[in-house]
Write a protein that binds this ligand. Structure first.
Ligand SMILES: Cc1ncc(C[n+]2csc(CCOP(=O)(O)OP(=O)(O)O)c2C)c(N)n1
Ligand SMILES: [Mg+2]
Length: 356
């Protein structure tokens, strides 16, 4: 388990599974987490097929391998909290309450999609459930998250922001400006922002080692007076323990806090990244051995919470849910042409400036 003092990232290397507090959630809750994580994985697999067969346009980034991070942190979500993330956002939407049908239809660009087919994979949005996007510009959403955290305190709520971003985004100027303000405003208890840095080792094809001379990424928060810790992002138990503790801390103090979740994407960067020349097959294989879903499965069996037959049943149910979502997306109508400009410009925007 990571602690506030833990700085070494060695414990999260492949093959060295760390085990949260050892107890984790009760059987029924763990089963629910398992179902959800499995559904997300199968959703991503189906999205990949949709993209590669030309049914999904635009671009597509999958979360496979990183499921324990969002699943653990978002389990602490309370109504009124605000969740903001980058373009690898399907899991966030699904965990917060959007249905697989809505999200899949969005990827297909259909009228029944979560944002009426206009956002696509990278721009999911679901304010009712706390999701404030889905952003395609690396690091661009970081100042937005910090600003939302300020607003939550300005409005005297005890809600918080969970702001997720990747190892590649930390080198972007927007991160440093945002983190600086967050640390500063946090001194007065005016920035309940939880920074969740998902270190999956690569920003597209560039490894952390090739992107920065100072590879202890969470230590970069020291520059801005923001306390931090690391967690094994492939171990759901470790993430759950960390998430519960740190979200409560941020909620109570109004100060920002940062967690670097060490994880790995076991799929290409984007659906068009076929060759993956920047990493070895052995490295991917090693990380697959500590797959977050596999780890949960193992714990369920070990506890006797399920047997193989029940697991097979759960897998079949998850597959049926995702098959249904694909069918729904495929059969849904395209958005009508008349919708082209709705929800595109802000209320009161000068309509005379819209292109004909
Ligand atoms: C400002 C900006 N620069 C470059 C890109 C192209 N780009 C898309 S994803 C990506 C890598 C980001 O990596 P990371 O933050 O680690 O997130 P991950 O993809 O690993 O989840 C880059 C450079 C972009 N979208 N925005
Ligand atoms: Mg990355």
């Amino acid at each position: 388990m990571a602690t506030a003092q833990s700085r070494s990232k060695k414990g999260a290397e492949p093959g060295v599974a760390r085990a949260g507090n050892g107890h984790g959630p009760d059987d029924a809750t763990l089963l629910e987490f398992y179902r959800k994580m499995l559904e997300i994985r199968l959703f991503e697999d189906a999205a990949q097929r949709g993209f590669r067969t030309g049914k999904i346009g635009g671009y597509l980034h999958l979360y496979s391998g990183q499921e324990a991070v969002a699943t653990g942190f978002l389990s602490t979500y309370r109504p009124g909290d605000r969740i903001i993330t980058a373009y690898r956002d399907h899991a966030h939407a699904l965990l917060l309450g959007a249905t697989p049908r809505e999200v899949m239809a969005e990827l297909y660009g259909k009228a029944t999609g979560l944002v009426k087919g206009k956002g696509g994979s990278m721009h999911l949005f679901d304010v009712e459930n706390g999701l404030y996007g889905g952003y395609g510009i690396v690091g661009g959403h970081i100042p937005l998250g910090v600003g939302m955290a300020y607003a939550l305190r300005y409005e005297k709520t005890d809600n918080i922001v969970q702001l997720s971003f990747g190892d590649g985004a930390i080198h972007n100027g927007a991160f440093h400006e945002g983190a600086n303000l967050s640390g500063l405003w946090g001194r007065e208890g005016m920035n309940p922002c939880l920074f969740i840095l998902e270190n999956n080792k690569y920003g597209m094809g560039t490894s952390v080692e090739r992107a920065t001379a100072m590879t202890d990424l969470s230590a970069k928060f020291d520059s801005y007076g923001i306390e931090h810790e690391d967690v094994d992002g492939n171990d759901l138990f470790a993430v759950l323990e960390c998430a519960e503790r740190v979200t409560q801390r941020v909620r109570e103090t109004g100060k920002p806090y940062a967690v670097e979740a060490i994880t790995y994407r076991i799929v290409p960067h984007g659906a068009a990244d076929f060759l993956e020349r920047y990493r070895s097959k052995d490295e991917i294989k090693e990380w697959r051995q500590r797959d977050p879903i596999g780890q949960v499965e193992h714990r369920l069996l070990e506890r006797g919470a399920v047997d193989e037959a029940q697991l097979a049943e759960i897998r079949a149910e998850a597959k049926a849910t995702i098959d249904d979502a694909v069918k729904f997306a495929e059969e849904s109508p395209e958005p009508p042409l008349a919708e082209l400009y709705t929800d595109v410009y802000g209320e009161g925007a000068d309509s005379s400036r819209r292109p004909e």
